[in-house]
Design a protein around this ligand. Structure first.
Ligand code: SF4
Ligand code: SF4
Length: 437
């Protein structure tokens, strides 16, 4: 792990703040840097969980235990309430547990509303006709848009974390859901300029738009962007009207076809075969490689890692980090695909359920499985997932592209000592460790 530099802490949440600007070394209230950072961490983990909770509630699903935890967690970040680093660390682990509940709730909501995902090939490139491009994570918004555009001749495209929508029976049944454009969230400015379509941003990871497309962009749900029209509720007639006013796209198939939609049931239907292939030595190891992508200089690591993995390994992936390598043709091992896309970041719950089922099949713990987890993180949902993994006691994970800046050395060392967490370094060096375990 790397040493953390910069301010020891930064807190300006009360009127006692040093020099009226911010406590940066130790709080006027007595708060020490590790406590300040654990409070920030707790706030971030709770925020991440709330994003999943928001989407579950959007579909009519709720969990009072999670609601209660969020209230307790936020109150613990209040001034002069909690100065106990051990308790704040344990509350972060509890946040991880609550986030597992929340991800499971959202998965239940998605499956009960749209069916369990099925492996689905998704075209890239464009189909002749007018289009609307949907970015973000909200399947509910996409469903409403699909209903409102059925029979209009407008084609719907997904961007970034909306890709897994193509695997859900209740969404893929719409024939005008024609494909996926672009890669992870941060290509928006270039992508949205390139295609003359209407754009609907449904959740986080929306970028402040360039002038050339902001008049054909719309926000909905929690998103607000300067100069962009916001739509309250789910009436997307303005988006449809805008799409109708724009030129047609040409028939221009993309270079790759992506495959998404591997659900828990689909993977576990292959469990006997997977166990047999592991016992025969045909599958050496599983890797969970995924999480949030970012334009960080270390992010190309994830593609290089997947490219260099031996052919007797299987990669499970999720979230937009998959765009670093989901165009690679990794083939299969006796019919088991070597690249298995489990879905959005909240589908980390599916990866955990599959890992537990495999552990049960082998009669070992998840830590004893031939499984390595290599995470990329960017924002606060990933923080919640990170603590979920720690709350399950998972060890030997690699994390990148950097150590969270809100951890200090004391927090990092505690996690390293308890969970043997490692920061990604060079692919070749990491592979020596990853393939040895
Ligand atoms: S809560 Fe404490 S650390 Fe934060 S601004 Fe107030 S005195 Fe400073
Ligand atoms: S996986 Fe993370 S970085 Fe990627 S779009 Fe979702 S929230 Fe954003």
């Amino acid at each position: 792990m790397v040493e953390q530099n910069g301010l020891e802490m930064f807190c300006y949440q009360c009127s006692q703040t040093a020099r009226g600007t911010g406590c940066t070394v130790r709080g006027v209230c007595g708060k020490v840097p590790t406590v300040a950072r654990l409070i920030d961490n707790l706030f971030f983990a709770a925020k991440g969980m709330c994003a999943y909770l928001y989407h579950a509630r959007e579909l009519g699903y709720n969990d009072e235990e999670v609601n209660d935890y969020v209230r307790r967690a936020l109150y613990a970040t209040f001034t002069n309430v909690n100065f106990d680093p051990d308790d704040l660390f344990n509350m972060a682990l509890e946040a991880g547990k609550m986030n597992i509940k929340t991800m499971a709730l959202l998965k239940k909501a998605h499956i009960e509303k749209y069916g369990e995902p099925q492996p689905t090939k998704v075209k890239t490139g464009t189909v002749k006709g007018r289009g609307i491009l949907v970015t973000g994570h909200s399947l509910k918004c996409l469903e409403e848009l699909l209903k409102q555009t059925e029979g209009t001749g407008i084609n719907i495209y997904t961007h970034s974390e909306m890709l897994p929508a193509h695997g859900y029976p209740g969404l893929k049944k719409y024939r005008h859901l024609v494909g996926n454009l672009g890669k992870a969230w941060f290509d928006q400015k270039q992508l949205f300029s390139k295609y003359p379509v209407a754009i609907l941003a449904t959740t986080n990871c929306a970028l402040i738009p360039k002038d050339d497309y902001k008049d054909r962009m719309f926000t909905t749900g929690p998103v607000r962007l300067p100069g962009v029209q916001h739509i309250e509720g789910y009436d997307y007639s303005l988006v449809v009207k805008k799409a109708k006013s724009l030129p047609e796209l040409p028939d221009a198939p993309g270079d790759v076809t992506l495959t998404t939609g591997f659900s828990r049931s689909v993977v576990l239907s292959l469990a006997d075969k997977i166990v047999e292939l592991v016992r025969k030595g045909k599958i050496r190891r599983f890797f969970v490689v995924g999480g949030c992508d970012s334009p960080h200089k270390n992010a190309p690591y994830y593609r290089e890692l997947v490219e260099k993995l031996p052919k007797d390994t299987v990669v499970l992936t999720l979230a937009c980090g998959k765009y670093r390598f989901n165009d690679l043709g990794l083939g299969d091992i006796d019919g088991i695909p070597r690249l298995i896309d489990l879905g959005q970041c909240n589908d980390a719950i599916v990866a955990l359920e599959i890992a537990q089922a495999l552990a049960d099949a082998f009669g070992v713990s998840v830590n004893e499985l031939p499984l390595s987890i290599v995470l990329s993180w960017m924002e606060q949902k990933a923080v919640a997932i990170f603590w979920s993994l720690l709350s399950l006691g998972l060890k030997n994970m690699f994390i990148g592209p950097i150590v969270p800046a809100f951890f200090n050395n004391e927090i990092t060392n505690r996690i390293v000592e308890s969970y043997n967490l490692r920061l990604i370094s060079s692919v070749d060096e990491d592979l020596k460790i990853l393939l040895k375990w």
